[in-house]
Design a protein around this ligand. Structure first.
Ligand code: FPP
Length: 248
């Protein structure tokens, strides 16, 4: 059941789901089981975020750099995403979840792209939480593609260089229309952004939690939200501001 968002609950939470491999290693299990358990944590995170009244939840599922992993692991991750969409799409749709995919779609495997598009199309009119899945996503790649699109417009005379504003750049990113994240959480104790939402997270609060992603549950989520609620967001000014115009 959805509840109204309190003023301390962020509108948009983005999560770097890290530590599946280490979770498995610690237990003497294959990495693939860590990823499998990670999918259960994804289901839980979507459910909790919806319950709390969070409007947008972005999950870093597969980075444009993850292709460097061994082929078997890449196949495992693809398989898990496929299973997740096949098995969970109907349920997510029933729960009024809207799905958006960000990341480069060009050259995506023929068995993945149609599934991602189906997930978006099926849920496009839903009005509940928006689940943004970052797949084949890298922020530098996203910004580069946006700049290329603007350059095409300038070259064609549709846009003057001085008309390239921060708002216009934001409107060409994969996240166009999605408000910037208020909070970025990374699990597993690593403290970096790893090419995730570099433009959009300009004013996000960063919270790093020690738990590996498969152990991400309600308690861990609430603790991260509690840290967020105690932060003083100033957006470069001296007092807290409720919204940030650029990128929304
Ligand atoms: C990081 O763990 C996690 C990933 C690279 C992928 C996250 C993917 C899932 C949870 C499953 C599919 C996603 C969805 C949305 C259904 P790691 O392998 O880097 O762990 P390590 O740093 O401990 O090795």
């Amino acid at each position: 059941m959805s509840t109204a968002r309190s003023h301390t609950v962020p509108q948009h939470v983005a999560i770097i789901m890290d530590g599946n491999g280490r979770w498995a290693n610690k237990r003497g299990l294959p990495r693939t089981l860590g990823h499998k358990k990670g999918v259960e944590a994804v289901r839980e995170a979507v459910r909790i975020a919806g319950d709390l009244g969070i409007d947008y939840l972005t999950l870093f599922a597969f980075s444009s750099e993850n292709w460097r992993r061994p082929e078997a692991e890449v196949n495992d991750l693809m398989g898990l995403l496929k299973v997740f969409i096949r098995r969970d799409l109907a349920e997510l749709h029933r729960k009024n979840v809207r799905i958006r995919i960000i990341g480069d779609r060009v050259n995506l495997r023929g068995d993945i792209l149609p599934l991602l598009e189906e997930a978006e199309e099926t849920t496009t009119r839903n009005t509940g939480i928006t689940l943004v899945i970052a797949f084949n996503y890298g922020a530098r790649d996203e910004i580069t593609r946006a700049v290329q699109a603007l350059a095409v417009d300038v070259a064609a005379g549709r846009l003057a260089p001085e008309d390239i504003t921060a708002q216009r750049v934001a409107s060409r990113l994969d996240t166009a229309g999605i408000p910037d994240p208020d909070l970025v959480i990374r699990t597993s104790g690593e403290e970096r952004l790893s090419n995730f939402l570099l433009w959009q997270a300009a004013y996000a609060e960063l919270v790093f939690v020690p738990e590996f992603w498969p152990d991400f549950d309600r308690d861990v989520f609430l603790r991260a939200l509690d840290v967020y609620a105690r932060r003083d967001r100033r957006f470069g000014g001296v007092t807290s501001a409720p919204t940030l115009a650029v990128g929304s």
